[in-house]
Design a protein around this ligand. Sequence first.
Ligand SMILES: [Zn+2]
Ligand SMILES: [Zn+2]
Ligand SMILES: [Zn+2]
Length: 342
Amino acid sequence: MRLNEDPHRRLNPLNNEWVLVSPHRATRPWQGEVAKLQTTAEPTYDPNCYLCPGNARAGGIRNPAYETTFVFQNDFAALKPDTAKGHLDIEAAGLLIAEAEPGICRVICFSPRHDLTLATMSAEETEVVVHTWMEQFRELSSLDSIHHVQIFENRGAMMGASNPHPHCQIWATASLPGEPAKELAAQQAYFQSHRRCLLCDYVGLEQRQQARVVCQNEGFVALVPFWAVWPFEILVCTRRHVGSMNEFTPQDAKSLSLMLHRVTSTYDRVFGVPFPYSMGFHQSPTDGNDHPEWHFHAHFYPPLLRSATIRKFMVGFEMLGSPQRDITPEVVAEKLRNLAAE
Ligand SMILES: [Zn+2]
Ligand SMILES: [Zn+2]
Ligand SMILES: [Zn+2]
């Protein structure tokens, strides 16, 4: 079987799902979306931005004149901490099931500057962001009612980001959401059968193979996973076995900030535009149990396919069957590796 020529499917061992890879299709003609890209530079301060320092948010609360990072409860929170416990099974048929979901939603502004991004902030500024994430994760993971803490960033209008001001969100929930639940099951099964960590073994394998590694530093490795669904998808893993930010050393925080800067600035060089993405950390469940199987990692899911305006759509077979890609992870990794070295 030729991975770079023949249609095949690849297994994602982190969630046990398959992706269809069609390398021969990478050259097919394109007659789809050719939207114009908006490239106006953002101002350093926007009087109409609800995240800029000193401005009023929805409901009239005014932001302080913050100078580094700024954390607040989401004014339009999808979850509320005081939601009462509840379980519903209508007609006891096991078909109409609902559960109450208490939780906490927060917003973290990375910088008072409206125009910056993780790619354009200084290393020192990004390190402050990482320390803010660590503080937030420590606080939320210690709450009895919170069993999972999801930190994520949506960047760019294409990913539905409502505001260009550099910020991320935290959704901390009473239950383990779907994606981490699948990854927990896979990592637990691997740990039980091998007595080793799935991602420690995977990172070691990729470091030997090199074909999909984009870049690495003292603490982290960035690679295009063998099973990547999105064209320019990247997985960032700690090089040593760490379950969550609660185990980070100050050096880990520095290494992560440098890695995030490197990955995001590499992305911005792919098409010469600010690269949209959804990014988030997958950390051990905070359910009070030990999780020796869980390995800290971050997923970057960027939507762009072949230009600054042409995105990948998950439609047709992908909605009904399984995800599919044309350009192989190996070809993308080589392109990103070259850009990362610039
Ligand atoms: Zn702003
Ligand atoms: Zn590990
Ligand atoms: Zn994950």
